[in-house]
Design a binder for this molecule. Sequence first.
Ligand code: SAM
Length: 263
Amino acid sequence: MERTSRDSEMKEEEDVQAGVDIWKYVLGFAGIAVVKCAIELGIAEAIENHEGPMALSELSSTLGCVPFSLDRIMRFLVHHHFFKEEPTIQGTAGYVHTPLSRRLLRQGEDSMADYILLESSPVMLAPWHHLSSRVRVNGTAAFEAAYGGDIWKYAAANPAFSRLINDAMACDARLAVSAIIESCPKLFDTGIKTLVDVGGGNGTALGKFVKAFPWIEGINFDLPHVVSVAAKCEGVKQVGGDMFDSVPKADAVFIMVSVFSLN
Ligand SMILES: C[S@@+](CC[C@H](N)C(=O)[O-])C[C@H]1O[C@@H](n2cnc3c(N)ncnc32)[C@H](O)[C@@H]1O
């Protein structure tokens, strides 16, 4: 009898929690939308360039925003640990950075801004609307269902989107390669004179490797439309081609986040 009443109490608690949790999914898109809005407005840069905690009124006038609307954005961001509030010299509330909000700065080794702008772009969000079609037996890949071809074909035909991908991948490359250089430097001290990065995007990863290990000559290998617009980098040769045909010869091959291209 006692057990039955405990069971029904727990069921009631679960029901109440479910009523709260479901709203996370009803408005699940809000997080990425607000963070994208913060990057587009340049909130992180404005706070970075301001001396001391920045009041809402100062932030609004710097960014040309409506204080009431910006306040709602800032409340969401602060609640999610992007920025925190500290007193200004006048004793009012002001915003300062947190480690998380620093990731929204467009420049810097830890920046993830370009990655967020890629994933929150209409082009990248559309395939998510086709997720169910991907899961069904004989379903189509979500990107193909949305655009009729794979992401790399789409990028080749849309240079602005291709730039968005390459800049986003560079965020990841900066973080991952710094960690590799720091934790496994001996790997590169084993007679490697040439290193090819297969699917190396705009060459950010190789640029970091050749800077850390200047005896290595880098070959950044990617699709022709990617390498043709990649910025020049000393010690890195750009080579265009298709990895399914052949890959340039080198002493060692580096491949990162490209295996999902294999289908
Ligand atoms: C997910 S990105 C990874 C970029 C980079 N390796 C990184 O991890 O930051 C995959 C890369 O593979 C390239 N790629 C896709 N198919 C390719 C192919 N058939 N041959 C060469 N590169 C290809 C894309 O252009 C893109 O730059």
